[in-house]
Design a binder for this molecule. Sequence first.
Ligand code: PGA
Length: 253
Amino acid sequence: MTFDDFSPLIVGNWKMNGLQAALGEISALCAKPALGVEMVVCPPATLLASARIRLGDSPIALGGQDCHEKASGPFTGSISAEMLKDAGCLYVIVGHSERRTLLGETDAIVQAKVCAAWRADLTAIVCVGETRQQREAGEAFAVVREQVRRSLPPSLTPERLVIAYEPVFAIGTGLTPTLDDIAQMHAEIRAQLHTMWGEKSTRVRILYGGSVKPSNAGAILNLPNVNGALIGGASLKASEFLEIAASYKHVDA
Ligand code: PGA
């Protein structure tokens, strides 16, 4: 199966979960990948090499959960985009809110990581999203627009960029914004990308993330300007992840 730059994209972020035994879930994914959507799995770094072997010639791609902005050097514990590429990754998540909040990653750091991803020929999945307080204060659009503006490099490689809108209060909580809120924010991000890069930006995919599960995926994935999903908890079980991926209805279906 081949994918163009704009197939719906379903990404599983395992976060700091998964020992060797979890590789069975990768094998289960390969046994029955969802048709017509592009799937990416981002296990912890310790499993990347074995996951790559399990994926074999399956159309499911491998991604890292973060990268350092430098290619190599004295950065104990860090992994470069080049190392991810070398381990068989095609994607890397950058700027996840857990890293922005817990590790103090700024938009400028995120932007440097996007450049690093592109240098290594990886597709960067750049996460943005407001906190509950910012939403309640009516600042959500301004905050997310600004994150998009400041986290992305000045010149665009559209086929190497994916945005993931993940409102912080929806991550791992079981809570999601309303469908209207999601659709409005995706339209806002689409407009911001257009302001920055014009027509070229229409090929950038915008994913929704935050408590996506089989029961709500169909409604979310079929909203306008929602081009896929970034999934945490529900990506740990192959059966749930596949069910979510299968919720995307093609326009011509
Ligand atoms: P969740 O996480 O699906 O467990 O809410 C999403 C994410 O953090 O990417």
